[in-house]
Design a protein around this ligand. Structure first.
Ligand code: NAD
Ligand code: ZN
Ligand code: ZN
Length: 344
């Protein structure tokens, strides 16, 4: 096997990624090496490359946290996977395993958690080093390309829907029906919810309806809040905000039914003015949610393996990553782009 690999690095925030031929890493004790087959491109990769968030990754780094591949080598002491297994290297790259959060199956908020494609090199590379205790196990029958978006967009929205507490027959409003949202619509339908899609892009809304949403509302329409309240008979029981736009947060809270729950997933830079009066008077719960635990991941992948959800993907080679990120920035990606490493 060749000793070097192609990888795309963020070297400076806000600059195009740089392609480098670098040594293939060697897995140390307790680590594995994954040969990348596919890696989805998440809007989070754009935030990472722009240095949008208060805690920034150390430069240079390789983004990508929807990487899927085959275990190519294992370090000493690894028992959780074996060579040839198909795994995903997700945002939750590793955690300590023994703090109060890890012990209560909330490893996503472990203080020592590492993040794939952020604090650890990710999947925009031909090989990825991973922690075998935190990789996703891809079910047989699910291709690498189809699995990739499930390992972030899928698990994040699946967990987010659970966090709304909305029950079968109730309304879920999905604000932002792009990479995350187009999967949210499908998970919600599979979970027996009624879905109202909200976006600023009519093509994305039409897509959400094709995927099973009962109603669609353009977020830019002057009476969007009133429309959603009318459709849902007083506001959605659960609201899921995936839109990477601050305006969507205040609007989403206003669309939440009394005693309903608004789950925040999108992470645009900046702060969101909290509509205290509406939240208190309507007894609304507003909660953040971050990807999902390993158990959520297994469940989210099972929906995909059972054919209940299917990511809508466009494939591109790694060499096109800068054009893909520019398009994502402009809102010019229909659902999810997945880098296909069969052609680098
Ligand atoms: P995307 O670019 O694929 O989709 C975003 C969608 O939001 C697009 O359809 C866009 O038209 C729509 N949109 C933009 N402004 C809007 C508005 N004001 N109202 C309604 N819709 C609007 O992005 P994505 O990959 O789905 O990621 C979305 C966000 O979720 C990003 O901020 C990303 O960082 C975040 N994210 C969070 C988690 C988490 O664990 N919480 C996980 C993954 C991604
Ligand atoms: Zn992501
Ligand atoms: Zn921990």
């Amino acid at each position: 096997m060749s000793r070097t690999m192609q990888a795309a690095f963020v070297e400076q925030f806000g600059q195009p990624l740089a392609f480098r031929e670098v040594a293939i890493p060697t897995p140390g004790p307790g680590q594995i090496l994954v040969k990348t087959e596919a890696c989805g491109v998440c809007h989070t990769d754009l935030h990472a490359a722009h240095g949008d968030w208060p805690v920034k990754p150390t430069l240079p780094f390789i983004p990508g946290h929807e990487g899927i591949g085959l275990v190519a080598a294992i370090g000493a002491g690894v028992r959780a996977v074996k060579e040839g297994d198909r795994v995903g290297v997700p945002w939750l790259f590793s955690a300590c395993g023994h703090c109060e959060y890890c012990l209560s199956a909330w490893e996503t908020v472990c203080d020592e958690a590492q993040f794939g494609g952020y604090t650890q090199n990710g999947g925009f590379a031909q090989y990825i080093l991973a922690d075998p205790n935190y990789v996703a196990h891809i079910p047989a029958g699910l291709s690498a390309l189809d699995a990739a978006p499930i390992t972030c967009a899928g698990v994040t929205t699946y967990k987010g829907i659970k966090e709304t507490g909305a029950r079968p027959g109730e309304w879920l409003l999905v604000s932002g029906v792009g990479g995350l949202g187009h999967l949210a619509v499908q998970y919600a339908k599979a979970m027996g919810l009624q879905v109202c899609a909200l976006d600023i892009d009519d093509a994305k809304l039409a897509h959400a309806t094709q995927l099973g949403a009962e109603a669609e509302v353009n977020a830019r329409s002057a009476d969007a809040v009133a429309e959603v309240k009318k459709i849902t008979g007083g506001g959605a029981h659960g609201v899921l905000i995936t839109a990477p736009s601050l305006g969507a947060f205040k609007q989403g809270v206003a669309m939440t039914r009394k005693r309903g729950t608004c789950v925040l997933l999108g992470l645009p830079a900046g702060e969101f003015p909290f509509p205290l009066f509406d939240v208190v008077l309507n007894c609304i719960t507003v909660r953040g949610s971050l990807v999902g635990t390993r158990q959520d991941m297994a469940e989210a992948l099972a929906f995909a393996a059972d054919g209940k959800v299917k990511a809508v993907i466009e494939t591109q080679p790694l060499s096109a990553i800068n054009q893909v990120l520019d398009r994502l920035q402009r809102g010019d990606v229909a659902a999810r782009v997945v880098l296909d490493f069969a052609s680098v």
